[in-house]
Design a protein. Structure first.
Length: 154
């Protein structure tokens, strides 16, 4: 089993598990690999340190690794942490809302004007529909859902 660190063209990082390096190459060539965040098919393998099996090495010769402290006042947050938070929010959104699809604007109005029970909904609205909803005082949040969350998770 080969585990590769992968990234898409938007720098979303994730792991891929393959039977062999040739299996990775074949799946990439056939267009079967896809970013779990944005569904991009422009995937590349990242450099990774090799894992060495040194089971016969003496414990005395290996010095324990010392943890590296994060830099104080670092500017940008870790992209992996941001991606994890985004995916957590997206999963929570999917789990706690009803998908009304193309009927989003109509359903949002019904809820706002108390013609339908109040509940969290998600769906699709055009830019014009979103503007019209805002003009009516109906709050709308645009939140792109990764393609991987639109299908059941095994």
């Amino acid at each position: 089993m080969k585990v590769f660190d992968l990234a898409c063209e938007h720098e979303h990082r994730f792991e891929g598990w393959f039977g062999s390096a040739e299996d990775y190459d074949a799946q990439l060539e056939r267009g079967l690999l896809e970013c779990p965040v944005c569904a991009s098919k422009a995937i590349r393998k990242l450099l990774a340190a090799p894992r060495l099996n040194l089971s016969g090495a003496s414990e005395r010769s290996a010095e324990p690794a010392r943890p590296v402290a994060p830099a104080q006042g670092a500017g940008a947050p870790d992209p992996r942490a941001l991606q994890a938070m985004f995916m957590k929010m997206a999963r929570a959104l999917v789990e706690n809302t009803e998908d009304v699809g193309e009927r989003f604007a109509e359903e949002a109005r019904k809820i706002h004007y108390r013609e339908a029970p109040e509940r969290g909904i998600r769906g699709v609205a055009s830019a014009d529909e979103a503007r019209e909803l805002a003009d009516e005082g109906i709050e709308v949040l645009a939140f792109p859902l990764p393609a991987s969350l639109k299908e059941p998770v095994q």
